[in-house]
Write a protein that binds this ligand. Structure first.
Ligand SMILES: Nc1nc2c(ncn2[C@@H]2O[C@H](COP(=O)(O)OP(=O)(O)O)[C@@H](O)[C@H]2O)c(=O)[nH]1
Ligand SMILES: [Mg+2]
Length: 240
């Protein structure tokens, strides 16, 4: 299966003006492509982290920064409807994080990332992580120009979500089954969630993680380090 397009070309979000049909998502894709080009030119890997609200994105990023913050120069853009709480949590562990307050919009759009990039100094940065607004629906349709999309599914959410919210899993490169420390207490089957996710997207990589007891966090950090290295090789090939 080839690489899945992260955006949608369906008629949803279409407006007609002066006999011209303009796809709003095409405008997003145009900016996303500019971001992708800019990230390659700046030799930066970009990872878009999505999930339902409360699946453990910020906690995972705090743990990631604690473990590899001294090896990988990372910055984080984090989206929420209101408050700067997540950016504050990330700054507490030493990461330069910028909050994007969407004011009610349920997802991040490429234009917001573009503006965020203007407000972060990216000189010398290896890895730009975006923590998306928490939900499994609209963030799926907005390409942000990322190299990889990673979706968390927490054991507390139920194992039926990949089939209910397929676009999120179809467009993701990695599924992190989070909060596996709680498995003894919950009716959640890792086998079932992986089977459904792979039914939707046979290529999706899977890791089981817990930020609480450390399960899978080393493997997750190594995955990030490997992808940063691969991006640097791609940069050398393109610009040598
Ligand atoms: N048991 C358990 N709780 C976790 C884990 N990761 C995060 N949490 C808790 O889940 C809640 C939501 O976490 P947060 O990182 O804010 O989720 P986000 O909304 O996806 O960014 C917080 O109370 C965390 O302490 C985990 O691995 N295991
Ligand atoms: Mg968060």
């Amino acid at each position: 299966m080839g690489k899945v397009k992260k955006s949608s070309n369906t008629a949803r979000g279409t407006v007609t003006c002066d006999n011209t049909t303009m796809h709003l998502l095409k405008a997003n894709d145009f900016v996303a492509e500019s971001i992708r080009k800019s990230m390659l030119e700046q030799n930066i890997l970009m990872v878009n982290i999505t999930s339902s609200a409360g699946s453990g994105k910020t906690t995972l990023l705090q743990e990631t920064a604690r473990r590899i913050g001294d090896k990988v120069n990372m910055k984080i853009l984090v989206g929420d409807l209101e408050t700067e709480r997540d950016a504050d949590r990330l700054r507490e562990v030493g990461v330069d994080a910028l909050q994007i307050v969407t004011g009610g919009i349920c997802h991040l759009e490429a234009q917001m990332i573009w503006q965020g990039m203007d407000n972060l100094s990216l000189e010398g940065v290896d890895l730009l992580i975006v923590e998306n607004v928490g939900n499994l629906v609209c963030p799926a349709s907005f390409d942000l120009g990322e190299d990889y999309r990673v979706t968390l599914i927490a054991t507390t959410e139920g194992d039926d979500k990949p089939k209910k919210y397929p676009r999120m899993f179809l467009t993701s490169d990695m599924m992190l089954v989070s909060k596996v420390d709680l498995l003894p207490y919950l009716p959640f089957s890792v086998d079932a969630v992986v089977a459904d996710a792979r039914d939707v997207n046979p290529d999706i990589e899977v890791l089981e993680i817990s930020s609480t007891n450390g399960t899978g966090i080393d493997q997750w950090c190594q995955w990030l380090i490997d992808k940063v290295e691969e991006k640097k090789k791609e940069y050398s090939k393109v610009f040598s």
